[in-house]
Design a protein around this ligand. Structure first.
Ligand code: SF4
Ligand code: SF4
Length: 359
C-alpha cells in the first residue's frame, strides 16, 4: 500500500512551492506541456501525488527531471497553481532524497544554513592565510592541488553514491529486468543530454515569443556549460594561472569571460523576471548564478593581475577567487543547484533504460 506523508505539503513548501494546493485537477497543464506523453504524464500527476503526500511515488519518479521549467503549464493553469514551480521544488526534494549526507535537504530549506556554510569556508581560507603557514607561492600551489582533490573527492564521496541511490529509487525499485545491453545502448542519451539539453528545445510549442526566448536561453546555457567545463580543464589540468603557454593563457581569458558574461545576463534576467522561467528564484538559484559569475570574473582577474605583475601586492584577489572556488566546490556542486546538471542527465539515461526494459 502506498505510504502517505501528511506533512509533505508543508515540506515541499519549504523547498519553494507555493500555491499548488489550488489545483482542481483539470489537466490543462498536462495537455499544454510539450514534453508530457502517455508514458510520462506530467505535471498534473505530480500535483496529485504532492497534494496527497505520496512520497514513495514521487521519490521513484523521474518526471520532475523531464521538465525544463518552460512555464507553459503555469501560464495555462486556470487556478494559478503554478505547476512549473512545483516541478522545480520537486527537483529540490529529489536532490535531498538522493543525497546520502542529508545536507542538501538542510541547505535547500534554510537560507541561514547556506550562509553559515559559506562563512565557514570563508573562515577556513582566511585563517589558512592569516595563520602564516603558507607564503603566497605555496598558497597558490595548494590552491591548485585543492581544485584537483575537490573535483575527485566530491565526485567519489558524494555524487557517485548519490547517483547510485537515484538509480536504486528510480530503476531498481521498479523491478524491471536487468539487461546490461540496455545500459550500454542508453549511454548515448546520457552524454547527449548532459552536454546539449536538447529536449528543452521542444518546449513552448504554443507560444512563439516564449519559444524564441527559450531558444536563446538554450543557446546561452550551452555556451555556459561549455565555457564552465573548459575553464575547469584550463585551470586544473593546464594550470592556467602559472602557465606560460600563450595559447593556454588566451584560451583561459576567453572561456572565463564567456562564464562571467553569460552568468551576468542570467542574473539580469532573474532580476527582470520577464519570462515564466525567471519569475521565481529560490535562494539556491541566486547562489548558483552569482557564484558562477564570481568564479569566471575572479579567475579572469587573477590571471590578468599575474600578467600585469600586480598579484603579489594584491593577493586578496587570489584569496577571493579561492574562497569562491572552495564554496562552489564544497557546497554548490555537491548539495546545490549544480547537481541538476548531473541528475537530469542521469534521469534521461535511467528513463531510457526503463523504457527499453518495458519493450
Ligand atoms: S492546470 Fe492548474 S488546476 Fe488544472 S490540473 Fe494543472 S495545476 Fe491543476
Ligand atoms: S514547466 Fe514546461 S516542461 Fe515543465 S511541466 Fe510545465 S510545461 Fe512541462
Amino acid at each position: 500500500m502506498a505510504k502517505v506523508n501528511p506533512d509533505f505539503v508543508k515540506d515541499i513548501r519549504k523547498l519553494g512551492a507555493e500555491d499548488f494546493k489550488a489545483c482542481f485537477s483539470c489537466g490543462n497543464c498536462t495537455a499544454t506541456c510539450a514534453l508530457s506523453d502517455k508514458d510520462n504524464s506530467f505535471p498534473r500527476k505530480m500535483l496529485r501525488y504532492s497534494i496527497l503526500g505520496l512520497e514513495g511515488e514521487i521519490k521513484s519518479s523521474l518526471d520532475p527531471w523531464l521538465c525544463y521549467y518552460c512555464g507553459d503549464c503555469s501560464t495555462s493553469c486556470p487556478r494559478q497553481a503554478d505547476p512549473g514551480n512545483l516541478m522545480m521544488s520537486l527537483r529540490r526534494y529529489l536532490i535531498s532524497k538522493y543525497d546520502w549526507t542529508g545536507l542538501s535537504g538542510i541547505l535547500f530549506k534554510n537560507l541561514w544554513a547556506y550562509i553559515i556554510a559559506f562563512l565557514l569556508v570563508l573562515a577556513g581560507i582566511v585563517s589558512l592565510y592569516a595563520g602564516g603557514i603558507f607564503d603566497q607561492e605555496e598558497m597558490m600551489h595548494y590552491g591548485h592541488l585543492f581544485e584537483m582533490i575537490a573535483i575527485g573527492g566530491v565526485f567519489a564521496v558524494i555524487l557517485l553514491p548519490n547517483i547510485i541511490r537515484m538509480w536504486y529509487f528510480t530503476v531498481l525499485s521498479k523491478k524491471n529486468k536487468f539487461v546490461i545491453k540496455n545500459y550500454i545502448v542508453a549511454l548515448k542519451d546520457l552524454f547527449i543530454h548532459m552536454f546539449t539539453q536538447k529536449r528543452s528545445l521542444e518546449c513552448n510549442v504554443e507560444n512563439p515569443v516564449e519559444k524564441k526566448t527559450n531558444k536563446n536561453w538554450w543557446f546561452m546555457h550551452l555556451l555556459l556549460v561549455t565555457g564552465y567545463l573548459t575553464l575547469l580543464v584550463t585551470t586544473v589540468f593546464f594550470n592556467w594561472f602559472a602557465s606560460e603557454n600563450m595559447f593556454v593563457i588566451y584560451f583561459g581569458y576567453i572561456v572565463s569571460a564567456v562564464v562571467f558574461i553569460i552568468t551576468f545576463l542570467f542574473v539580469i534576467a532573474r532580476i527582470k523576471k520577464r519570462t515564466q522561467k525567471t519569475k521565481f528564484s529560490h535562494f539556491s538559484d541566486w547562489f548558483f548564478v552569482i557564484w558562477l559569475f564570481f568564479m569566471g570574473i575572479s579567475a579572469f582577474l587573477v590571471r590578468f593581475f599575474v600578467d600585469i605583475d600586480i598579484l603579489e601586492n594584491n593577493f586578496w584577489m587570489y584569496l577571493f577567487h579561492i574562497m569562491i572556488l572552495a564554496q562552489w566546490a564544497l557546497i554548490i556542486v555537491p548539495f546545490g543547484k549544480w547537481t541538476h546538471f548531473l541528475y537530469r542527465s542521469f534521469a534521461m539515461y535511467f528513463e531510457k533504460i526503463n523504457a527499453m526494459a518495458k519493450k
